[in-house]
Design a protein around this ligand. Structure first.
Ligand code: FE
Length: 128
């Protein structure tokens, strides 16, 4: 795994670097996964950690891939985020520290959660 920001810049494309390392947000409806219904596992684009299963994905209408729970709570960290004049909770990959998106309490399923995740922070793995 990259150690320095220079190494991360080499590994990631500019959009991925901006989101994962600088806590950016991709434009809604521009990412590759918001509409995807394929079965498989979404992993961290930075380090490959398993983050979200397609079984927990739902169409939030927001233009970002949305999930009602993480695949493994040990792989995601939640942190209060006071940026941009809002109080939100940031979702971070615990393994590499990459910014993934935010979590909201308006999810439509029994968990009540909506993990709103940037497509470019994710890679997709089909089942073997
Ligand atoms: Fe990661």
């Amino acid at each position: 795994m990259p150690k320095s920001e220079q190494e991360w810049k080499k590994k990631l494309n500019p959009e991925q670097y901006h989101v994962l390392r600088e806590k950016g947000t991709e434009m809604a409806f521009t990412g590759k996964y918001h509409n995807s219904k394929e079965k498989g596992m979404y992993v961290c684009a930075g380090c490959g950690a398993e983050l979200f299963s397609s079984d927990t994905k739902f169409d939030s209408g927001t233009g970002w891939p949305s999930f009602d729970r993480p695949e493994n709570t040990e792989n995601v960290e939640l942190k209060k985020d006071f940026s941009h004049g809002m109080i939100r909770t940031e979702v971070i990959c615990k393994k590499c520290g990459g910014h993934l998106g935010h979590i909201f309490n308006d999810g439509p399923t029994e968990t009540g959660k909506r993990f709103c995740i940037n497509s470019c922070a994710l890679d997709f793995r089909k089942p073997n």
